[in-house]
Design a protein around this ligand. Structure first.
Ligand code: F6P
Length: 366
């Protein structure tokens, strides 16, 4: 039977999305199947007026040519297009959310899609799982996020590229911090989990790493920076994940739009100010922000993305339903989607990377 697959990319973009799109498309076409892409998450169906050439596009060999190394996603993405909680303005101009999942079901039926390949993080895969239950479509999830905070897979694609770039930035900041005897606080992404901050911080020999999993005591951080000066190092590199917070304190946020998670940011500036005040040392803050999300995927991320995309199509051929492809070395395996929904993977505090950081004398703020 001819299979008709539809795929989409949801949530924050991550390096490697295009490699997954290419692998799914080619693997399916080589089996004689048809592949379509929904533009910008589910918006291609929900707001077709935004897409003059149609919100659902055929994916052909030509459409996916030369995209393996490109960052971003050729389909576009959004984190303001959840069909289960779609933002709308009521007659008083107030923003509300409405359930528009029935329109997704209707579009899937109209096109005759057999399966949805949903490429996303925790949020997008939870939505896809629910869409699958309501529409009856078979959902194959592909785990994406630079944050690496998805359970049941050793790695998500995008993480290695984010860590590599953040490490390069920290190396660069190291030389300027040392030249000026400054504290440089570097804020990196990491909403609920501190994987990017921890991995890049250890790789780049940061002096302090603050992650969401370990609420920090600013006095301990200040003490660590002060202690370095008599040993000939009047500078410090302090890595802070955007979701880190002081003991008993709050997350630093920049506001919240309807139907969207709160935008995080600001903790780096607060830490830099507090360190200046407590140590008397000059402190600056650099926010890496979306720089760690953009750009070319590393070779490791390209390979993982291509393996995930091809495995998603093999899963369909083997008759799998409602699973996520997952890296469980040495294999790419399948995990029931219901196990993945709402399952966040934090940095394990008893793991060897935390132990390594402590053994190296890196302050984790506790
Ligand atoms: O989930 C990936 C991520 O990069 C988080 O680390 C960050 O909090 C969030 O996306 C930012 O999303 P946005 O680009 O919508 O502000």
């Amino acid at each position: 039977m001819t299979k008709k697959i539809v795929l989409n990319t949801g949530g924050g973009d991550a390096p490697g999305l295009n490699a997954v799109i290419r692998a799914v498309t080619l693997s399916a076409i080589h089996r004689g199947w048809e592949v379509y892409g929904i533009l910008e998450g589910y918006r291609g169906i929900l707001t077709p007026e935004d897409f003059p050439n149609g919100g659902i596009v055929p994916l052909t060999i030509e459409a996916v040519r030369g995209i393996t190394h490109l960052g971003g996603t050729i389909l576009g993405t959004t984190n303001r297009g959840n069909p289960l909680k779609f933002p709308v303005q009521d007659e008083n101009g107030e923003w509300q959310t409405v359930d528009r999942s029935a329109e997704i079901t209707a579009a899937f039926q109209e096109y005759g899609f057999d399966a949805l390949v949903a490429i996303g993080g925790d949020g997008s895969l939870t939505i896809a799982h629910e869409i699958g239950k309501r529409s009856g479509i078979n959902v194959i999830g592909v785990p994406k996020t630079i944050d690496n905070d998805l359970e049941h897979t050793i790695a998500t694609f995008g993480f290695d590229s984010a860590v590599s770039f953040a490490t390069e930035c920290l190396d660069r900041l190291h030389t300027t911090a040392a030249s000026h005897n400054r504290i440089i606080v570097v804020e990196v992404m990491g909403r609920h989990a501190g994987w990017i901050g921890l991995y890049s911080g250890v790789a780049a020999t940061a002096d302090v790493i603050l992650i969401p999993e370990i609420p920090f005591d600013i006095e301990k951080v200040a003490h660590k920076c002060e202690k370095r000066a008599p040993n000939g190092a009047g500078f410090s590199i302090v890595v802070v994940a955007e979701g880190a917070k002081p003991i008993g304190g709050e997350l630093s946020t920049k506001g919240k739009a309807v139907g969207q998670a709160a935008q995080l940011g600001g903790v780096g500036e607060k830490v830099a100010k507090a360190l200046s005040a407590q140590t008397g040392l000059e402190s600056r803050c650099v926010v890496l922000g979306h720089l760690v999300r953009g750009g070319t995927p590393t070779a490791r991320d390209r390979l993982l993305s291509l393996r995930f995309g091809a495995a998603a199509v093999r899963a369909l051929e083997e008759g799998q339903s409602n699973i996520m492809v997952a890296l469980q070395p040495p294999r790419v395996d399948y995990v029931p989607l219901e196990k993945v929904a709402n399952a966040m993977k934090a940095v394990p505090l008893d793991g060897d990377i935390i132990a390594t950081a402590r053994d190296l004398g890196i302050c984790l703020g506790d």
